[in-house]
Design a protein around this ligand. Structure first.
Ligand SMILES: [Zn+2]
Length: 373
């Protein structure tokens, strides 16, 4: 195991933060690379515990000579966000200086990399992939960071940009385990969904706003669109964001199970030498991210949930009621689609317009930015 410390640009005089990564596996560029990071939204801690367990497992596997892949692990992907507190409450997700979501606005590198490689690509797909990965590393190395936030984003991208598999560990408010990936990557991610017992698999080519996993993959997508007719270019990277249940689902027991699922998956891929256990059945077929219904409350009041996370329901079901105790009203929140309620807000007080719950429906009906704003 090799430890690397990456200094971030300081936000103010006298402050300096560092991002720490761990490297495992052969020192050989020819073997595949896996990048795993946790807690990009700072206060989403289940993945941080999983990453700690993975660090110990990978070190053991490396000592046994069982790693067939290079692995880069970042257990604490957002040291800047971890230090954001507002009168005793930790504030993750958004950078308090800029208001930006920590998992948006990762650089879209496709056009810049296309300019660099278009006169050097050839007929050999593997050669083209190496060329593109080198161009990605060079492009990111040359890019300056104007703020701590940008420096953190660039550091994370530099660590993952040339990976074959990118696993970004997040969690939701209150949720069952679920994941986001692309339709193209889904066949390769399905075994992970099975090992993890993921209950909703949400697919989109582009969910919008450049989240981390999509930024890693979109450069290959762009290059295949712009240059793929003339040159063979592989899909390059398999991206996935795992949502390890809700923010309070932080325990050794759950983390052990999730870390084991990731180890089993990497074994199944041949990246860890050994026999992968039999795959459990897929809990739920993949559905389009554009088919998710986002249920918001039209009024303010106390939320009284009627459907639990992980429960399936039908269009027309009341999933919650919003109580106004002053005028004695209970406003029903009615699902418009059949599907699994996979996530809901942790707060029990709704302001008017607040997003309350999300349902994984089967029919794509939304357009534009598909993620939670
Ligand atoms: Zn997150």
């Amino acid at each position: 195991m090799q430890v690397d410390h990456h200094p971030l640009a300081g936000a103010a005089l006298g402050t300096a933060r560092t991002l720490t990564s761990y490297r495992f596996g052969p020192h050989d560029d020819a073997v595949p690379k896996v990048a795993i990071q946790a807690s990009l939204h700072a206060d989403e801690l289940p993945g941080m515990v999983v990453a700690w367990m993975l660090k110990r497992r990978f070190a053991e596997l490396e000592a046994q000579g069982r790693l067939n892949a290079r692995i880069v692990l970042v257990p604490v992907a957002n040291p800047a966000g971890l230090n954001q507190h507002w009168f005793g409450t930790q504030m993750g997700r958004f950078d308090m200086r800029s208001g930006q979501d920590f998992n948006r606005r990762f650089p879209e590198l496709g056009p810049e990399v296309a300019l660099q490689v278009k006169h050097r690509l050839g007929d050999d797909e593997a050669h083209n992939a190496r060329l593109i990965r080198a161009a990605l590393r060079e492009t990111l190395a040359a890019r300056p960071a104007a703020s701590e936030l940008e420096s953190q984003r660039l550091t994370l991208m530099r660590l993952a940009c040339d990976a074959d598999l990118v696993i970004d560990l997040h969690c939701d408010w209150e949720a069952v385990a679920h994941l986001y990936t692309t339709p193209d990557a889904w066949p390769r991610i399905e075994p992970l969904a099975r090992y993890l017992s993921s209950e909703a698999q949400l697919l989109a080519d582009m969910s919008g706003s450049e989240p981390f996993d999509e930024a890693c993959a979109s450069v290959w997508r762009y290059l295949r669109g712009a240059l793929g007719e003339r040159f063979p270019i592989p899909p390059g990277v398999t991206p996935v964001t795992l949502e390890l249940r809700g923010v309070r689902d932080v325990s050794r027991k759950l983390a052990e199970r999730d870390a084991q699922a990731i180890v089993d998956y990497l074994t199944h891929l041949g990246m860890i030498r050994g026999e992968a256990p039999a795959m459990p059945p897929l809990a739920q077929a993949a559905t389009p991210l554009a088919g998710c219904e986002y249920v918001a409350s039209p009024v303010s009041g106390v939320l009284l949930h009627r459907r639990g996370i992980g429960e399936r329901g039908r269009a027309g079901d009341v999933i919650a009621e919003v109580l106004d105790p002053l005028v004695d009203t209970l406003t029903p929140l009615v699902a418009q689609s059949d599907g699994l309620l996979y996530a809901r807000h942790w707060t029990r007080f709704a302001t008017a317009g607040m997003l309350v719950a999300r349902i994984a429906g089967e029919t794509a009906s939304r357009h534009g930015d598909l993620l939670v704003p």
